[in-house]
Every structure is written in structure tokens, then in C-alpha cells.
Write a protein that binds this ligand. Structure first.
Ligand SMILES: [Zn+2]
Length: 520
């Protein structure tokens, strides 16, 4: 038995109870209580850990990110700090000699031209100016736009269709497919690398959308095999719930034919929902809206599926017993998703489906009502408002912005909210993300953006723990530190539950445990 004492144990139960000690045995919480009671349970051979007044919380669940992509991008040029096109090109140039020497593509990511004085996107010519020998690509922070140089376009056969080098959505996925190829062994290393970073953030479960990295395979078998092998070898330190991105009937059917269903598990690795990406993003004006963009009046955004395509995919997955999670940012897209779910649920009601909408940003009150009616969950990235607060009103108008990102109303309505990062769109660090959910403002600003949409600290914690467990059908055994639950937890250097939100920006995770075993 392992005994943790002299700390603050945050049970995350209905009454937000705190205890000071906890006993763990066989990977489960055996007891929580006072130091006196728990220490009295100790016998020879037990491990004792003095928490020195620190906070113990359930391990964090990131309910939507791209874990493999995060690991891959670590080897790319991070352009998030580029303040202009010149700076972007300078940062890429620095890494050019290495790429030329290895004759490998040079890739940059996460630039945000919205912040630039001249917000024009880079062009093919700009990147050719760096090198026209190796493929060079740079991707916007929204993930929905990639700019390529001539060799990159040539490899992908898109030079004629896309002379400016600016690719959206499907086209840019083709680039990913052509320029990025990994073996199973390479994926295993990438996954382990990502895990070693996640545990430092107190994360014990990731719900991750990875399969787009193997689009030349029907259903991303190499990545699934990489996860399952690591797990069988006992090397997967955290839980992984795969949000299986299968955007066509062929892919979905191949996956189902291979026997995969939500809940299929090798232990730490579990098959999660079917994941679909139904539109783009607000920054690049590719989120699909009911009305045209006020700041681009001919543009309604982009729907990635026809209504019929989405209805068929949702129906097939729902009938096969798959959970479903669909990326929807614009209100038009959310209409499409709601209609698809409603049809499938009317035709085949009754299941504890836990379908949901990922991002769920631009919403009208009646859409939230419909979500509640259909019992849909929302996968929210609170930290998105760090950038969206500056553009949302330009993109959708003041009135619609005021009913969007409304986590307060969602919570009050009883809609399940899982919080996450969409990493590598944003960092998967929990604390700054949680800060935006409760503060609704930048740390250095006085005035919050729509403070009426904020959730409480307790609610934010729940959305990063128990609600994440709900999203993976595990709320009866994970997400709380109560007897009988799995001992997935982290230790934080201060009691964030009793401090002001600002404390979140200082707080540090100092240990992480999965199944009672220390992984960080
Ligand atoms: Zn995503």
C-alpha cells in the first residue's frame, strides 16, 4: 500500500470535499481521510509519501488533441512567435541548412498572420525564395491553411491547381500524406516522446485524433498498431482514447470490418469515437456560417461534407455502436451536425451514445437547446478565446459572438463539457487553459471578454477530469479520488482550488501517477 499524507486531497466529488491523506493499493484508491485515520492503516513495507501541504488532484484528461501530430511538429519550426512575414522567413531560414543536408522537407507551423501589420498570407514565391530544392511548407495556427513552395506542390501534383501555393483543408491533408511518412517503429517513438511531455502537465489521459497521418491506409492501421504494441509491451504510460478520424464510407467500413468498436481496449489504449471534421476555423474564415462573414461578405466558409454524406456516416457509425465526435465551429456546421445526429437518434434511439460536437464555438441559444435535447456533449478548448476574443465579433458580428463560446449556459443546462487543448493548435498545458475558462481574459488585461460565459474553478476542474472520464465512458471509475476509483492523479505545488484564478498561471505540476504508479 502507498500512503500519501500531510497534503490536500481534492476528491472532486459533488461536495468538493478535501481530505489530507490517501491510501492507494493495487492501482486503486483504497481510502481517503485525515492523516490520523490513513496513517493508522499503514503497516510495515508500505510506502509513505509526505505531500508537504501540496495539492493532489485527479489526473487531467485532455478531451481533444492531436497527439501524434504534436510529436511530429516538435521536429518542425515553431512559427507562433513570428510577428511578420519577414520574421517567419527568417525563422525558417535558420533551420534550412539542416534540412538541405538531410534532404528532408522543411516544415513550419503555427504562424498567425492575423496579428501581423500586413496580414497577407505567405506565398509560394516567398517560400521559393528560401529554397526551391527541398519541399517547404508553413501552416497557419488554425491548422486549416498550409502554404507550399514549388517542390512541395510538385510532389503533391498541385502546382497547376494551386499556383499561389495556398492550400485549404483536403488539399493540405494530401501534402501531409505525401511529405510525411513514418513506420510503426517511428510512430512508437513519437508517441513515447509525446507521453513524456504530457505527464509533465499532469495529464493521465489523452483523447486524440491521429489517424489522418496515415491517410494512404484505409483506417490508419499503422498508428493503431503502434499504440497497441506499446500498450502490450507495458510502455504506454498514460491512457489514450483514439478519436478515429475516418472521413469517408470506405474508411469507416474498413475500420468496422477490422472489428474495431468504441470501447475496444488493450488496457491503456482504447478505441474512442468516430471523429469527423465538418468545417474549418474562424481565423481563416473557413468555419461554415449561416450568413456570410461580415468581414468578407461573399464568403460563407467551407463545409467539408454534404448533408447527405454526413448523415450517412453518422447513421452508419451510430448503428454500428460507435460513439461520434464531430468538429463543428460555425453555426451552419453545427446545424448540419445537429440534424445528422437527430436523424440517427430518431431512427435508432435508446443507446447511451455520448456523441458530441468538438469546438462547438459559434452557437445560437436554440442550438444549445437542441444539444441538450439530443444529450450531446461538447469538447471545448477554453484557451481558444486567447485569439478568438480579438476576431470573433469581426467574423460573426457582435450579437452572435455574444451567444457563442457560452460555457456558462452550457454548464447550467447540464450539457457535458470536456475541456481540452486541440494541441498542437494550443499547448496542452492545463493551467493556462483552465485560467481562460474561469477568467475569460488575458492574464495582463483587466477586462474580461464576456465574463458571463465563465465557469467556476470547480467546474473547470471537473471539465478537465470527471467530464473527460465521462467522454470515455469511465466516469464510474476515473476522474475522482474516491475509494474504488483508479489511482490516476497528479500533485500540484499549490492549492489552486482555494486561490484566485491568477494562481493558475504560477501553479506547477510536480508529480503524476497512473494506476498508482509514478510516471512523472
Ligand atoms: Zn482538432
Amino acid at each position: 500500500m502507498d500512503i500519501y499524507y500531510n497534503g490536500i486531497i481534492y476528491l472532486n466529488d459533488e461536495k468538493t470535499t478535501k481530505a489530507s491523506a490517501m491510501a492507494v493499493e493495487g492501482g486503486l484508491i483504497k481510502a481517503v481521510g485525515s492523516d490520523e485515520d490513513i496513517l493508522a492503516m499503514a503497516s510495515d513495507g508500505d510506502t509513505m509519501l509526505d505531500l508537504q501541504g501540496r495539492l493532489v488532484m485527479p489526473g487531467f484528461v485532455d478531451s481533444h488533441l492531436h497527439f501524434v501530430e504534436y510529436a511530429v511538429e516538435k521536429s518542425f519550426v515553431d512559427l507562433s512567435s513570428a510577428g511578420s512575414l519577414e520574421e517567419l522567413l527568417g525563422m525558417m531560414r535558420e533551420r534550412l541548412p539542416e534540412a538541405l543536408e538531410k534532404n528532408k522537407p522543411l516544415r513550419g507551423f503555427s504562424f498567425d498572420n492575423n496579428y501581423w501589420e500586413d496580414p497577407s498570407l505567405p506565398t509560394r514565391e516567398d517560400l521559393d525564395g528560401l529554397s526551391a530544392e527541398i519541399p517547404i511548407t508553413v501552416r497557419r495556427t488554425c491548422h486549416h491553411v498550409t502554404v507550399c513552395n514549388t517542390p512541395a506542390l510538385e510532389i503533391c501534383g498541385m502546382l497547376e491547381d494551386c499556383p499561389d501555393g495556398i492550400l485549404n483543408e483536403e488539399e493540405q491533408n494530401a501534402v501531409i500524406e505525401k511529405l510525411l511518412t513514418f513506420t510503426k517503429e517511428e510512430f512508437k517513438e513519437l508517441i513515447l516522446d509525446a507521453c513524456s511531455d504530457a505527464v509533465k502537465a499532469g495529464i493521465t489521459e489523452v483523447q486524440t485524433d491521429d489517424l489522418e497521418y496515415m491517410r494512404k491506409e484505409l483506417y490508419g492501421k499503422t498508428i493503431l498498431d503502434a499504440y497497441m504494441e506499446l500498450d502490450k509491451e507495458g510502455r504506454l504510460p498514460i491512457r489514450v482514447y483514439e478519436q478515429c478520424n475516418l472521413p469517408s464510407a470506405d474508411r469507416l467500413n474498413a475500420f468496422l470490418d477490422a472489428g474495431f468498436r468504441t470501447g475496444y481496449s488493450t488496457g491503456h489504449f482504447t478505441i474512442g469515437p468516430l471523429k469527423l471534421v465538418a468545417d474549418g476555423a474562424l481565423g481563416s474564415r473557413t468555419a461554415a456560417l449561416r450568413k456570410p462573414y461580415p468581414d468578407d461578405p461573399s464568403n460563407y466558409g467551407i463545409l467539408n461534407f454534404t448533408d447527405q454524406e454526413m448523415e450517412e456516416l453518422v447513421d452508419t457509425a451510430h448503428r454500428a455502436g460507435l460513439q461520434i465526435a464531430i468538429h463543428g465551429i460555425g453555426d451552419r456546421t453545427i446545424d448540419q451536425i445537429l440534424n445528422s445526429y437527430e436523424k440517427a437518434l430518431r431512427a435508432h434511439p435508446g443507446a447511451d451514445h455520448r456523441h458530441g460536437i468538438v469546438h462547438c464555438q459559434i452557437t445560437h441559444p436554440e442550438q444549445l437547446q437542441k444539444m441538450k435535447e439530443l444529450d450531446l456533449m461538447a469538447y471545448i478548448q477554453p484557451i481558444f478565446i486567447r485569439s478568438d476574443q480579438w476576431i470573433a465579433e469581426d467574423r460573426v458580428g457582435k450579437d452572435l459572438a455574444a451567444t457563442s463560446y457560452d460555457w456558462r449556459t452550457m454548464t447550467d443546462m447540464g450539457i457535458h463539457l470536456g475541456f481540452g487543448s486541440d494541441c498542437p493548435v494550443e499547448s496542452f498545458d492545463i493551467m493556462p487553459n483552465m485560467y481562460y475558462a474561469v477568467a475569460m481574459k488575458d492574464p495582463d488585461k483587466k477586462t474580461p471578454w464576456h465574463p458571463e460565459h465563465a465557469v467556476t474553478m470547480e467546474e473547470a476542474i471537473r471539465s478537465f477530469t470527471a467530464e473527460g472520464a465521462y467522454a470515455s465512458f469511465a466516469e464510474d471509475r476515473r476522474g475522482r479520488l474516491v475509494p474504488g476509483f483508479t489511482a490516476d492523479f497528479c500533485v500540484i505545488d499549490r492549492d489552486i482550488t482555494s486561490l484566485s484564478p491568477e494562481a493558475l498561471n504560477e501553479a506547477k505540476v510536480i508529480m503524476t501517477f497512473v494506476d498508482g504508479k509514478r510516471v512523472f
